[in-house]
Design a protein around this ligand. Sequence first.
Ligand code: ADP
Ligand code: MG
Length: 689
Amino acid sequence: MINQALMSPRSIVVVGASNEIKKPGGKVLKNILDNHFVGNVYAVNPKESEIQGLEVYPNVKELPQTDLAILAIAAKYCLETVKTLAYEKGTKAFIILSAGFSEESHEGEVLENEIVKIINETGGCLIGPNCIGVITPHHASAFTTPVPTMDPKGIDFISGSGATAVFIMESGIPKGLTFSSVFSVGNSAQTGVEEILEYLDTTYVHGESSLIKLLYLETISNPKKLLKHATSLINKGCKIAAIKAGSSEAGSRAASSHTGALASSDVAVDALFRKAGIVRCSGREELTAVAAVFVHKELQGKRIAIITHAGGPAVMLTDVLSNGGIEIPSLKDHPKAPQLLEKLFAGSSVANPIDFLATGTAQQLGNIIDACENDFDEVDGMAVIFGSPGLFEVYDVYDVLHEKMKTCKKPIFPILPSVINVKNEIDYFIGKGRVFFPDEVVFGNALCRVADTLKPAATTLADLPVIDKAAIRKVIDEAPSEGYISPAQLGILMDAAGIPRVKESVSSSKDELVKCAEDMGYPVVMKVVGPVHKSDVGGVVLNVMDSDTLSREFDRMIKIPETTAILIQTMASGMELFLGAKREDDFGQMILCGMGGIFVEVIKDVKAGLSPLKKSEALEMIRSLKSYKLIQGVRGKEGVDEELFAEILTRLSALLEAAPEIFEMDLNPLLGKGKQIIAVDARCNIVKK
Ligand code: ADP
Ligand code: MG
């Protein structure tokens, strides 16, 4: 577990230190020495007498007591070294840079486990093995460059991949981003991304701790821990963005239901991030652009003024923002617009984008920003695009930007495209502690992502509707340990959860069904019981008008392979909706919703949420569907009551919480018409663990 010895050690030893700075053991020592570590630094190497100006210990036995050990030696020597340090030298933190452990072989895994055991026994912390190291404001114990400017208020960055951590820093540093800590977890033998987040959460001090966390994840081994601490940190005022790589593996999974095919583990990651309020990014540039958005004041609202001295980037930014749901309200007819226009050169425009031409001055920029801040209530923030064709310097413009960013209440996002022409001015701007965006479209997408991410849901079981748990438990406890449950049993589950379903009867006797149909009233629907995909095998007949047709169809359908009985239902009508559930290993129960038919099958327009799901979360899921307009009702076509649909989602969530044995469930379709939503097809597969 992360501890003080790792974060702020009094002494550090590099075991396997070297004069050769192209080797990890040489470079990590150089980085520590070059970055003003104030404690004692020791070097261990049996073959050298002096390394980088330090006296050398031939082995760890000779060392004085040492807080943090960095191991850059072959894997096979690590165990003995850890033993000596942990048992004899009071070492409470280890960073093992070496590879050759669980990532390589079974023997490596055994060795890794032995090391973890010793470190756990002595209450120490282990980072790695197979990592690039750790950087904190106190020490730069990584064997790579760049070493970013360390700033206690900068970003806490945790990476599941060492090389990617370097590339993410390379993307962030030139934008002006600073870091408070960088952790490369390597094999996460003892400490993974989740544990570091837990540490950042439990040691968070308001006003002191850094507010921005970036994560690069390749696996999520403890989703519940990630959810808990991300939610907690964000509720304390932090902002978190993350990349979860490896999103395409899941599509290939064989599945027996729509839900199975749609509910990949990547969808679960989406659902988890959404519930926690983590901004999901897909690449390095996006991640660092989102971090740069986080650094600025928060956009309170969804309306932006684009201030520019060049048309092209402003148009591109307008496109990306408006496609992403951010408004660029027109200011053309604003009563204060003429007043501002007077201060600009002829030909300028105060529409929005506000274009003050290639010849626009620093003073004019100041006037525009003041108008946006004080006069134009229609905007909540500003994006300022200002580069240079290379004819003149722009220090004065960036000074104005810097000053206005300090004083304005509305956020100002600086887009500075001329990274070559005015490199010096940009360095000057960054030197004042500022962060900028080199590209307007990357910025626009990042801003939309941030604006789309909701606050953490923090739902508990108490937020769920009250349902008849006893009836549910009876069905589940009596069911076999694995397999689909019968329509009758599923009917009991749905009734107990209050999920509306169409009236139905099941029988293998034709006469009995004819009688049921008389009672129900024609027209009825006939379906085979047994086959999973009924329509595919000719097992669904709609609109059966009389007993003759019913008898004829019965004779045909009962012969369909795997058919055990025939089910009849009343005919319903309305828009087809889809609901699904899937147990996703450690993530828990995932719920999916969308529109049925082609929307779920072809367009795959579904949204996922993690149970427990409260109504506001369910509504957000529904509202973020591509087909939401259809649910609302479009062109005179009646829509569906979204509140009711959301209520059914929460009832499904309550059912799943009462019956965690449910492995997969499909309600496809439910037919919806105004205030009526009714399930006409359901299947449910349980697996008792
Ligand atoms: P499967 O999904 O196994 O093919 P369904 O029971 O979903 O079978 O039926 C196929 C389609 O028939 C549904 O998508 C729906 O359009 C229609 N349908 C099924 N039951 C009814 C019903 N009771 N009323 C009206 N239409 C129905
Ligand atoms: Mg169906």
